[in-house]
Structures are given as structure tokens and as C-alpha cells.
Design a protein around this ligand. Structure first.
Ligand SMILES: [Zn+2]
Length: 65
């Protein structure tokens, strides 16, 4: 059976880690960094959220099959 893996061909093998928060305009963003490649992703903090998905088109490795 499938897990809930999105239909994305690229991913980050390591989970994003919370790094800091930053104010951009009037919106607070939580900045997460992927240890595998250093890519940083910001997610809005005023809505409940989990760490960014490891699956994204900007991922640094191909998703293993
Ligand atoms: Zn990565």
C-alpha cells in the first residue's frame, strides 16, 4: 500500500530542522533548514504547521523507489 508520499520526484533525505523565526513585512515566518543540503524554507507562523515536507521539487536527491 502507498504511504502518503506526494507525487514528487525529488526530496531531501533528512528532515528539516527549525532554525529561527523572521519577520517579513507583517508576517512571521519560521525558517527551517534541511541539513542534507542547507536549503532553507520559510513557513508562515500564524497558521499551525509542521516542519516542511521533505518532498519538494527543489529537493536535493531523487526520491528512492
Ligand atoms: Zn536536501
Amino acid at each position: 500500500m502507498s504511504d502518503n508520499k506526494p507525487d514528487v520526484k525529488r526530496w531531501h533525505p533528512q528532515a528539516a530542522e527549525y532554525e529561527s523565526s523572521t519577520l517579513r513585512g507583517s508576517t512571521m515566518y519560521a525558517i527551517y533548514a534541511f541539513p542534507c543540503c542547507g536549503r532553507k524554507v520559510g513557513v508562515e507562523e500564524d497558521v499551525p504547521h509542521d516542519a516542511p515536507s521533505q518532498y519538494e521539487h527543489e529537493g536535493c536527491e531523487d526520491v528512492p523507489t
